[in-house]
Structures are given as C-alpha cells and as structure tokens.
Design a protein around this ligand. Structure first.
Ligand code: NDP
Length: 257
C-alpha cells in the first residue's frame, strides 16, 4: 500500500459534530473527499440537511446525512450515534468539533455563560465519546478527533470559560487515548489557531484585536479554512495509526513562542 493510499477513507463512516459550518463543515467535506460516508450535526435539522446535501452534491459518489443534535444532551448524542450506524452502516471516525466561545473579564461574565461553554465544549465531547464507546470498542477500531484550541495549552485574558474548556478537552483526549489503546482506538486532539469563522467575527471586525493576533503568529496571518482538512483526514485515517494521545497544533506557529 502506498503512503497516499493510507490516507483513503473508503468504506469508513465519519461523524462530525457541528459539521454544518466553519471548521466542522470543512472537515466533513475533506473526510468525504477522502472517501468516507459522513454524518454531520447541527442543533437545527434544516442546517444539517443543507450542509449534508451540499457535500453529497459536490463530492462524486459521496454519502452524507445530517442530524439535529444538542451535544450537551447525552440522550441526543446517543441517538445520533445510533442513527449514524443504522443509516450509514457503521461508525469509525468521530470528530468532536461542536463548540462555542463566550469572552469577557470574569467579573463581567454571568455564571450561566461559564456553564454554557463547559456544557458544550467539555460535556458535549464527553457525551459523544461515551455514546460511541460501545460500538468502537466492539469493532476494535476507531479514530476519535477532539477539537481543542491553542488555548488548550496557552492562555489569553478574558477567556476563562473557553480556555478552561479547551484545556479539559486535551486532558480528556489523553485519558481516553490510554483507556482505548487496547481496543485499537486512537484519540487525538487538534489545536487550531485563529480561523475566519462565525465564532471569530467580533475579533476580525476589531482592527486592534485582529492586529494583536497576527503579531503572535509567525506565519503572519490567520488560517485559511481549507487548511484544516488535511489534519482531519490524517488523524481519521490509517496514515496516523501510531499517533494517539497527541495534541496537534494548526496555528501558524503561534504556540512555538
Ligand atoms: P462556528 O461557530 O463556525 O461553528 C460552531 C459549530 O458548533 C456549529 O456547527 C454549531 O452548530 C455547533 N454547535 C455550537 N453549539 C452547539 C451545541 N450546544 N450543540 C451542538 N452543536 C453546537 O465555530 P468554528 O467552526 O470556528 O469552531 C469549530 C470548533 O473549532 C470549536 O470547537 C471551536 O472551539 C474550535 N476552534 C475554532 C477556532 C477558530 O479560529 N475558528 C480556533 C480554535 C478552535 P449550530 O449553531 O448550527 O447548532
């Protein structure tokens, strides 16, 4: 098998939470282009359907399905896992991408804001891993990709909810990598720097904050959306068969400082 063949995902089924827009949408598209059947979620069924339809139409021979899922609900997470397996014939790759960011000095944030970020970014990842565990362990194969952030490993002011949550995502990734290695399941985190998505509109529209970010990034720019798919395919495929428990940055060199 050539090295490029190891990146192929033919016959695999990948589930991407929050796959209807932003980084999740890009990763869902990339996984489909590599040959996987893709299930993607949004909290809204129509938005999920729309993205699934776009992927199915743009990638020759692709299968894509959209599901509504609030990831902070264990019940809904388990339902999506069940429906993916029933509708697409299996589950091999889980990309825990759904996430939110609420920024502000700690004394200006409502306690509910902190809880909402933790519920989505931490409990959501735990729920989906918990829901997929039985199936992945039984088939003795799986690729789990949790989306952390540069803020999993470094800090910025006014990010107590988000940085706390993303630090937890990296630690959860490491624990599960240890727990599941014996079942042939790898668990890794990708740690992106800034990409232009809805989550970052406020930063992008503030020239001073935007310049501050660029100044921290050795490559001197934000990430382009199409620069996330390569790592997703690598971590989802047999090309990464000896990689587990890793936190891989995609950040233009930011965290090399
Ligand atoms: P977007 O805001 O563009 O997309 C977020 C996605 O998450 C949407 O699909 C949204 O679905 C879904 N989502 C949000 N909350 C929930 C919830 N409670 N239950 C289920 N789905 C939910 O963000 P990005 O694409 O930028 O971010 C994707 C991931 O990448 C996040 O984990 C983020 O923290 C991480 N990241 C992003 C960076 C960036 O620069 N953009 C940098 C580092 C990390 P919908 O609203 O349709 O329900």
């Amino acid at each position: 098998m050539s090295v490029l063949d190891k990146f192929r995902l033919d016959g695999r089924v990948a589930l991407v939470t929050g796959g209807n827009r932003g980084l999740g949408r890009q990763m869902a598209q990339a996984l489909a282009e590599a040959g996987a059947a893709v299930a993607l979620t949004s909290r809204d069924q129509e938005r999920a359907d729309q993205a699934a339809q776009e992927i199915a139409q743009s990638v020759a021979g692709a299968t894509a399905a959209g599901y509504a899922c609030e990831v902070s609900s264990y019940e809904q997470s388990a339902q999506v896992v069940e429906r993916t397996i029933a509708d697409l014939g299996g589950l091999h790759v889980v990309v825990n991408n759904a996430g939110i960011n609420i920024r502000g000095p700690i004394d200006e944030l409502a306690p509910e804001a902190f809880q909402q970020v933790i519920d989505t970014n931490v409990t959501g990842v735990w729920n989906m891993c918990r829901a997929a565990a039985g199936h992945l362990k039984a088939q003795r194969y799986g690729r789990v990709i949790n989306v952390g952030s540069t803020l999993s490993i470094i800090a910025l002011p006014e990010r107590t909810p988000y940085a706390s949550s993303k630090g937890a995502v990296l630690q959860m990734t490491r624990v599960l990598a240890l727990e599941w290695a014996q079942y042939g399941i790898t668990v890794n985190a990708m740690l992106p720097g800034p990409f232009s998505t809805e989550m970052n509109l406020a930063l992008e529209q503030d020239p001073e904050k935007y310049r501050e970010f660029i100044a921290r990034i050795p490559l001197g720019r934000w990430g382009d959306l199409d620069e996330i798919g390569g790592l997703a395919v690598f971590l989802a495929s047999d090309a990464s068969s000896f990689v587990t428990g890793a936190g891989m940055t995609v950040d233009g060199g930011w965290t090399a400082h």
